[in-house]
Design a protein around this ligand. Structure first.
Ligand code: C5P
Length: 224
């Protein structure tokens, strides 16, 4: 473990699940714990990187030794990420971003009245896709949580969102995905499978992902 491997490199990590507010007391969210993203941010910090963690809702304490930007919604996260993208070298997009948000956030608590209540949802911006369009040499790692056809879906995402690596996990498998302390992931690049990792702690997965990204970054970059 080389503690200076990412020295001077700026790493942006997104983590947690976005919160899409319906009214002052209610919101839509998902099961993301933030564990994978926080582990990645800590691993990058431990390799000497200057880390910015953009965190939506999580169920674990915020890590130390990095800049933390706390956000709620996908739109908040979009702005927090896009405002900082230009100065970054490496981006890990591990947040679970809600695909839709309520079309309107009611200013007051919605009162119970009719038998049915219809809520219109509108599409959120796809942050990773926007990064893929805007990037200027940043090495970008996306994530894909799937319940079927892992490889096909992951490769399609990698191409559509223009990332350099995609980390796919089958969330239907025990020991992988939301909330757990372990994960089982497969990493792909545009040519296919790069590494299939066995069941291991999210901390170990994070270390391996950082190593893969760091190797490829130096390969892609022209040294000064
Ligand atoms: O399409 P899907 O949500 O499964 O893609 C997952 C990847 O895309 C993750 O890296 C996630 O952080 C990112 N994403 C995003 N903005 C969205 C939806 C997903 O950045 N609105």
């Amino acid at each position: 473990t080389d503690r200076t491997r990412l020295a001077g490199r700026k790493v942006l990590v997104t983590a947690g699940g976005t919160v899409e507010r319906l009214d002052p007391v209610r919101y839509f969210t998902n099961d993301s714990s933030g564990k994978m993203g926080y582990a990645i941010a800590e691993a990058a910090r431990d390799l000497g990187a200057e880390v910015t963690l953009v965190s939506a809702k999580s169920s674990i304490p915020l890590p130390s030794g990095m800049t933390v930007v706390q956000v709620q919604s996908a739109e908040d996260m979009y702005h927090a990420v896009m405002d900082r993208l230009d100065t970054m070298d490496l981006v890990f997009k591990s947040a679970a971003v809600a695909d839709y948000r309520p079309a309107e956030t009611a200013p007051q608590k919605i009162k119970k009245s009719e038998e049915t209540l219809t809520i219109t949802l509108v599409k959120n911006p796809d942050i990773l896709e926007a990064i893929g369009r805007r990037k200027t040499g940043q090495f970008v790692v996306g994530f894909a949580a799937e319940t079927e056809n892992l490889e096909e879906h992951a490769l399609r995402k990698l191409n559509r969102k223009n990332c350099d690596l995609i980390v796919a996990n089958d969330v239907s498998v025990e020991g992988a995905g939301f909330g757990t302390d372990t994960n089982i992931v497969r990493v792909y690049d545009k040519d296919g499978l790069v590494e299939a990792m066995p069941l291991m702690s999210k901390k170990e997965v994070a270390g391996r992902l950082l190593r893969l990204a760091a190797e490829r970054m130096t390969r892609q970059r022209v040294s000064p």
